[in-house]
Design a protein around this ligand. Structure first.
Ligand code: AMP
Ligand code: ZN
Ligand code: FE
Ligand code: FE
Length: 296
């Protein structure tokens, strides 16, 4: 426990702006995520499921049981820049904005044939997996992703956990990898802004996941309205963080930090990286709707 009262005050401001529920590939329900955020002592948590807003209502309803916790409704949009895939965190946008909703729906829908194609490749190589088995690993209507294929392989005893599945069979460079529809990154930034939202580039230097984009991509996204860079994320190596911080200063972008919590599906712990309260305020001030941030 902090001895200094000033530290205790800081602890009440802890913000984690990147977390997944089982509306996509996290393992907690949206309500469980909200409870876990409160138990972790967070003051602000963002729900950012992949290509979907379907967890929002449940998370919002759960908020009433956790006074003082603020919920930032968001999503993590699957994007692409010159053939390299990247993730865009979008906060506080209007889910009724048609063009943005259409782009997210296209990415969401295309994940189904894509996941089926990965399953077909794995089955052809002799792995004990079928599409029906994968469907037993996710909630009805959840965004399907490689983590659910990983869970299927874990259930079949092929690998011990999701990480082993990604390391061996499901990584971007694997012979079993298949891509899906990704929204053009610059277009996504523009659409999020048009929808009153605030776009932040997620884990920009997460090299272990595959190729990453260069400064030209970040500059183009900044020119289109990018608000910030998620610098403090476990997948950004230390030297890359230094470079990203300098770039953020140069391009007038905010610097965020977050956990990318996925429940028990990943080691990432809520609050392991956080965003400065002043930066949270600056991000929220950019949202189109003043009622966008929910409190109990
Ligand atoms: P997909 O969305 O289907 O392309 O799969 C990517 C998702 O898998 C991202 O949300 C990652 O967080 C998750 N992921 C990547 N590597 C791992 C890993 N080693 N263990 C668990 N989840 C991972
Ligand atoms: Zn994920
Ligand atoms: Fe991501
Ligand atoms: Fe994520």
């Amino acid at each position: 426990m902090p001895a200094d009262p000033a530290d205790a005050t800081d602890a009440t401001d802890v913000a984690d702006l990147h977390a997944h529920s089982n509306a996509s590939d996290g393992t907690d329900s949206p309500a469980e995520l909200v409870r876990a955020a409160a138990e972790a002592g967070l003051a602000v948590v963002a729900l950012t499921d992949h290509d979907t807003t379907r967890g929002w209502a449940e998370a919002e309803a759960a908020l009433a049981r956790h006074e003082g916790l603020r919920l930032v409704r968001g999503a993590e949009i699957s994007c692409v820049w010159e053939g390299v895939s990247l993730h865009l965190l979008a906060y506080l946008f209007d889910p009724g904005h048609q063009e943005l909703a259409d782009e997210m729906a296209t990415a969401l829908d295309d994940r189904v044939p894509r996941a089926k194609a990965i399953v077909v490749k794995l089955a052809a190589a002799g792995y004990p997996i079928t599409w029906e088995l994968v469907l037993t690993q996710l909630q009805d209507g959840a965004t399907v992703g490689r983590p659910h294929i990983a869970d299927t392989l874990v259930a079949a005893g092929v690998v011990p956990d999701r990480t082993a599945a990604f390391d061996t069979l499901l990584h971007d460079g694997s012979e079993f990898f298949v891509g899906h529809y990704y929204v053009d990154a610059v277009r996504a930034v523009r659409l999020v802004r048009e929808a009153g939202g605030v776009p932040v580039f997620a884990h920009p230097a997460a090299a272990k996941r595959g190729r990453t984009v260069g400064e030209d991509a970040i500059a183009a996204m900044a020119a289109a309205g990018l608000a910030g860079l998620e610098v403090d994320h476990r997948d950004n190596p230390p030297e890359a963080r230094t470079r990203l911080r300098a770039l953020a200063a140069e391009l007038d972008l905010l610097v965020t930090g977050a956990s990318d919590y996925h429940g028990s599906g990943k080691e990432n712990r809520l609050g392991e990286n956080t965003t400065d309260p002043a930066v949270v305020d600056a991000l929220l001030a950019q949202a189109g709707s003043p009622t966008a941030v929910l409190t109990a």
